[in-house]
Design a protein around this ligand. Structure first.
Ligand code: PRP
Length: 210
């Protein structure tokens, strides 16, 4: 039995479809209910729907053997897992954004609002830029508007949220996409089945890009 942590939401549904094509179907998962665990004994698979930002925790601690997490979460929390494959879905970027009239003054401490404090700290420390991190849990785009921060570090997908809040992206920190990750000891003990999943998903990714 392989235990798979899927990110709850639209991305997770796409990921499940890829697993289904790989031979790990679990029809009951499509039922419209509030259950969070689904199992198909014949296919030897058990799925858990978890909050996207928690997938890496389940996998790191072995509650799930494998899972799919955004590169943003992997960069932010640096979990002790194997990153096996870029699934080429859930694509977006981690960016610095600010009001369009923003001009950085290196003589002052830059106030950075973000949910991704570690990513922001690393990015600015590499630039030797003095910053004050304001950790928020969501609606980050409001911070510069209310003068809570000078810039934000956040996910940009379509750019619509920035646009509608009169912000512009200034710099890209990293390209983000969904990644297949594995618990390290599961990878030793369930290598055959995990490799079967990885190879099939890799083929789907390359077929899509042909
Ligand atoms: C993310 C991010 C932005 C938005 C960007 O939020 O924090 O607010 O998506 O997407 P866009 O460029 O397509 O407008 P998310 O929906 O993950 O929710 P959050 O408020 O919890 O961060």
């Amino acid at each position: 039995m392989i235990n798979v942590a899927l990110p709850k939401g639209r991305l997770g549904e796409k990921v499940y479809d890829m697993f289904e094509k790989a031979g790990f179907s679990c029809p009951s998962i499509k039922e419209n209910n509030r259950k969070l665990i689904f199992e198909n004994k014949e296919a030897g698979v058990r799925y858990f729907w978890v909050k996207p930002s928690d997938v890496a925790i389940y996998v790191e601690r072995g509650a799930a053997d494998i899972g799919v997490a955004g590169k943003d979460i992997l960069l932010e929390y640096n979990p002790d897992v194997y990153e096996l494959l870029d699934l080429d879905i859930g694509k977006c970027r981690m960016a610095v954004a600010a009001k369009k009239d923003f001009r950085d003054n290196p003589d002052t401490t830059l106030r950075v609002a973000t949910k991704f404090s570690n990513i922001a700290a690393k990015y600015y420390s590499e630039k030797c830029r003095d910053i004050d991190i304001i950790h928020l849990n969501g609606s980050i785009e409001i911070a510069p508007i209310l003068e809570l921060s000078d810039v934000i570090v956040d996910i940009v997908e379509t750019g619509k949220t920035l646009l509608e809040n009169d912000l512009v992206p200034f710099e890209t920190i990293a390209d983000i996409s969904a990644r297949l990750i594995s618990n390290k000891s599961s990878y030793q003990f369930k290598k055959d089945i995990i490799e079967k999943v990885r190879l099939s998903l890799a083929k789907q990714v390359s077929d899509k890009n042909d």
